[in-house]
Design a protein around this ligand. Sequence first.
Ligand SMILES: Cc1cc2nc3c(=O)[nH]c(=O)nc-3n(C[C@H](O)[C@H](O)[C@H](O)COP(=O)(O)O)c2cc1C
Length: 218
Amino acid sequence: MVETVLQKELVNNDFKDVLFGRRSVRKFDPTVTIPAEELQAMIAEATSAPSACNLQSWHFVVANSEAGKAKAKSVLMPFNYPQIDTCSAMIFVLGDTQSHTVYRDVWNKACEEGKITPEKRDEIFSSFLPMYEKGSREFLIGDATIDSSMVAMQLLLVARAHGYAANPIAGYAADKVATTFGLDAERYVPVMAIALGKAAETPIESDRYDAKTLTDFI
Ligand SMILES: Cc1cc2nc3c(=O)[nH]c(=O)nc-3n(C[C@H](O)[C@H](O)[C@H](O)COP(=O)(O)O)c2cc1C
């Protein structure tokens, strides 16, 4: 279970505050370091997110070193320089369009361990897998983008639960992200970058539209 990887008690376990107190922070205390183990734990906690067919079509690149942050900065649009210059780490969430290639192994293992019957496994293989194995690139990108958006949102909230602030960022050169990080650009598509750190500014109180004006009950 993901919960077993929790490194420490959550700093903020108040769901109302975690959810409604979240705001994009763009200036962080540059003296603060978040230990790599804690960054890894936050990612593990965020991956409790649901995903289509449980394919978990996400991949993470953590820029937490000087060299890594310089690489991250090289793909960012200049209006996002303050975040990379001051954050403790920037986590890039990329969609993995080939996540289904290990899907058979995952379910074969579950079957071997007696968690599902061979019939259930075969049903999964025949219903879901062909969609992905025969899926167009557009479909695979769309699916991986949705999965990665789910996990990125969780990561924003997990960060707050750990006592950190964050800023989701899509202002980067999307066509350069994967290759800059040494990844196969055909396989991995950038979805979001998340700057993390201790807040060093009071964020803007962003407003929202009245949900009633956006909702149809049918
Ligand atoms: C997909 C996406 C892309 C975003 N890209 C950027 C960005 O490049 N730079 C930035 O400063 N904020 C970025 N933001 C943050 C939004 O500006 C912010 O979420 C919005 O103004 C609402 O404010 P709040 O996060 O404080 O509630 C992005 C948010 C999302 C969801």
